[in-house]
Design a protein. Structure first.
Length: 257
């Protein structure tokens, strides 16, 4: 009995070793790195599919609907699609209906839509035989254009006043020599218009002082009012007036007319 115990232990140890090897072989495929990466590939692809961007509205486009205009035969209302400040589509969302109005609407509205896009304004022709519909269309179209313009205009900020002043230019004309002294004019131009005119040089001394005080303020006013050098000479100050106009013209030439 004692001799059989070591043999028995050896058999049990061998059986345990074999069982362990079999168990390791059975578990090895599940821990294969290649299998693990293949299993993770499907979830990553699915996540990428969820993050794909969806199509949206065109950038810089907008839709504006005009006022409803009541006509003798029914209401007219126009809707515009505007892109980058241009009308790309016009349509009548309301138009006269019923009886003869259906025929006139089918005749007039497509033409009015086309003309609105072509003209880019409410200055379009009236369709013959559909006068009331055409007039209502133009009024609603104009209100839609006004709203589109208001929406596109930036709201005035605290610096809007300084920005407007920054656009003004000050130009000084050449010195015009006269019998009684030099005359030189400086103008301020904004948006292509003279907003201020002044004589930085004018005849001085004796009677010239009186004539300058009489003539220059009037010449300044006339330059702003006329927007050009085509102004009348002040009576009694012909030489000063002539020199003023010459210098004013040179300033206008420098400002681009």
């Amino acid at each position: 009995m004692r001799k059989s115990q070591p043999v028995r232990r050896v058999v049990l140890a061998t059986a345990a070793t074999v069982s362990g090897v079999v168990l390791l072989l059975a578990l090895k495929p599940a821990s294969d790195p290649g299998a693990a990466s293949a299993a993770g590939a499907a979830p990553q692809q699915t996540a990428a599919g969820r993050e794909s961007p969806q199509g949206g509205a065109r950038a810089g486009s907008g839709t504006v609907t005009g006022d409803t205009v009541r006509t003798q035969y029914g209401a007219v209302q126009v809707r515009l699609t505007v892109n980058a400040g241009k009308i790309t589509r016009a349509e009548a969302v309301q138009a006269p209906k019923g009886g003869l109005s259906d025929q006139k609407t089918q005749l007039a509205v497509p033409r009015l839509n086309q003309e609105a896009v072509a003209a880019q304004s409410a200055t379009i022709d009236t369709v013959s035989g559909a006068t009331y519909t055409s007039e209502g269309y133009k009024k609603s179209l104009q209100s839609a254009l006004d709203r589109a313009k208001a929406a596109a205009s930036p709201s005035p900020g605290p610096d809007s006043g300084s920005a407007g002043r920054a656009q003004a230019r000050t130009v000084t004309g050449k010195v015009a020599q006269t019998q009684y002294g030099p005359v030189q004019v400086r103008i301020t131009v904004s948006a292509g218009r003279i907003t201020r005119a002044e004589a930085v040089q004018a005849p001085k001394g004796g009677l010239s002082d009186q004539k300058t005080q009489l003539a220059v303020p009037r010449l300044n006013q006339e330059a702003v009012a006329a927007g050009s050098a085509d102004i009348d000479a002040v009576s009694g100050a012909t030489y000063t007036s002539t020199g003023y106009r010459q210098s004013l013209q040179s300033a206008l030439d420098q400002a681009g007319g």
